[in-house]
Design a protein around this ligand. Structure first.
Ligand code: PNS
Length: 163
């Protein structure tokens, strides 16, 4: 069984992320979406639990997806979940430098840790969690960039924040 782990902050999951998960589902038997508890990005828009629930809801149509969270090193999560590879998305040249550094660091930490890159459809190539959050917080139309379950939860959260 071939397993890939797709790590990220997913705060929130975007159409670009979902696009990548759907592609990975066609290539791997088991796709694990790993929500990282990332100290740099606190406070998050959605809590870890909320993100996990929303990702699971958005992936209901994909039977080979599992959602987990991990803390600490990604290579340790790869070992824990017995994944064969890490999956990351490449949207533009600007992603490359950071992704190359991460992929090489992970392989340096764990020799067998390979990273596989997939490209989303060009329609999603400019979409990122941070830009979607910025548009949403500034009252722009963000709904078209995220799965329905995420849009719904974001609307609710924004309403609560305005009170
Ligand atoms: O969605 P993001 O924020 O680009 O994801 C980055 C993530 C979570 C994949 C990266 O920060 C990560 O792997 N964090 C775990 C800690 C770790 O292993 N750091 C060293 C890897 S270079």
């Amino acid at each position: 069984m071939r397993t890939v782990l797709y790590p990220g902050s997913f705060d929130p999951l975007t159409n670009g992320h979902l696009d990548l998960i759907e592609r990975a589902c066609r290539l791997f038997d088991h796709v694990i979406v790993g929500v990282a508890v990332n100290a740099e990005k606190h406070p998050p828009f959605f809590s870890r639990k909320e993100r996990m629930k929303l990702i699971a809801e958005s992936c209901q149509h994909l039977p080979n997806v599992e959602v987990v969270s991990f803390q600490g090193l990604l290579v340790d999560a790869i070992a824990e979940y017995e994944a064969n590879a890490i999956l990351r998305g490449l949207r533009a040249f600007s992603d490359f430098e950071y992704e190359l550094q991460m992929a090489l660091m992970n392989r340096s930490l764990s020799e067998e840790c390979e990273t596989i890159f997939l490209m989303p459809t060009p329609n999603n190539s400019f979409v990122s969690s941070s830009i979607v959050k910025e548009v949403a917080l500034l009252h722009g139309d963000f709904v078209q960039y995220v799965p329905e379950a995420i849009a719904c939860a974001m609307r609710k959260k924004l309403k609560r924040m305005e009170k």
